[in-house]
Design a binder for this molecule. Structure first.
Ligand SMILES: Cc1cc2nc3c(=O)[nH]c(=O)nc-3n(C[C@H](O)[C@H](O)[C@H](O)COP(=O)(O)OP(=O)(O)OC[C@H]3O[C@@H](n4cnc5c(N)ncnc54)[C@H](O)[C@@H]3O)c2cc1C
Length: 285
């Protein structure tokens, strides 16, 4: 199918994009890489009157130091996340997960901001951002505000972005010494969406787990933080046995979907197994 008719603007600044969005009201939509929005337009599941293309805004692209954080522009592509040296040095979990998104063509066009704003619970990067305790920066007609990743995802394909707001950047804490990480993704075929994914971070100290953080992909209508696992792992021995025991509660509080790729019970099983593997790899045991 071809999309329904729409107007199109390609502003040259974030301020101009915000004005264009405000002018278009409820029927205006941002487009970045188009990797999620274009299929929806073609299926006529979305039919905005106006598309505001932020694809030319250099100020939204790239990775910079921001004290003990990295500031990643919303329009930074998956390809850049995989190859950026600052991300590799300070936040390797993000590059590892971005490398599992789709195929090279999608990774060259798709953006971090688009993945987060789209808020598909099967997307790989939302769970990673939640596990990293990142902060999202949004700008709109009433100025700029910061949204903790844990409060950004509201429901299936729904975020706390207000109408007229543009996601401009993501502030990610730099992982200091002692941290290890792993993104475990279980998919039907290479380059496919996650049936379940697990983003794990472990900080080791003196042979023990000082802190663990776990985000789950596709285990509910939003990315889920596996708090029961985190509590069980904290203070435990950094051993395979202890981490697998902590992972046994990975499905606690989740509401996994049922679809052609798996029933909820199957996903619960996957979450426990993958969390064990991800924690072990992150802890280096
Ligand atoms: C064949 C294929 C396979 C895929 N496989 C995977 C996969 O395995 N894992 C995975 O995680 N994803 C996968 N995806 C999805 C895709 O990678 C991301 O969802 C996509 O990159 C989103 O980024 P985008 O820049 O293309 O966003 P767009 O499609 O341009 O926009 C998506 C949504 O975000 C909004 N938006 C975009 N940028 C902003 C912004 N700066 N501020 C506010 N709102 C904004 C748009 O209005 C729209 O609602 C796949 C996509 C395709 C086509």
């Amino acid at each position: 199918m071809i999309p329904a008719k729409f107007d199109y603007v390609r502003p040259s600044s974030v301020d101009a994009a915000i004005s264009a969005l405000a002018g278009g009201g409820d029927d205006a939509k941002v487009i970045a890489g188009g990797q999620s929005l274009l299929p929806l337009l073609r299926l006529r599941l979305a039919y905005p009157d106006l598309l505001v293309d932020v694809g030319g805004l250099a100020e939204l692209r790239g990775v910079t130091h921001d004290g003990d954080h990295l500031l990643i522009g919303a329009r930074t592509t998956h390809y850049q996340l995989v190859h950026d040296p600052l991300i590799a040095e300070h936040c390797g979990l993000l590059s590892e997960a971005a490398a599992t998104v789709a195929d090279p063509a999608v990774r060259h066009r798709g953006t971090l901001g688009g993945s987060l704003a789209h808020a598909d619970p099967a997307g790989d990067l939302p769970a990673v951002i939640v596990a990293l305790d990142a902060t999202l920066i949004a700008r709109g007609p009433s100025g700029e505000r910061e949204i903790p990743a844990g409060g950004f995802f509201v429901d299936y394909l729904t975020t706390s972005l207000e109408p007229g707001e543009i996601l401009t950047g993501i502030r990610v804490p730099k992982l200091g010494p002692g941290w290890g990480y792993r993104y475990e993704k279980f998919h039907r075929t290479a380059q496919a969406w996650a049936i379940v994914g697990v983003a794990a971070l472990v900080r080791r100290s003196n042979g023990q787990v000082a802190e663990a953080r776990v985000g789950l992909t596709n285990m509910g209508s939003v990315p889920v933080r596996a708090t029961a696992v985190e509590a069980a792992a904290a203070g435990a021995q950094a051993s395979a046995e202890a981490l697998r025991a902590a992972a046994a509660s990975a499905d606690e509080g989740t509401q996994p979907p049922a679809d052609l790729h798996g029933a909820p019970d199957y996903r619960r099983h996957l979450a426990r197994v993958l969390t064990g593997r991800a924690l072990e790899a992150a802890a280096g045991v």
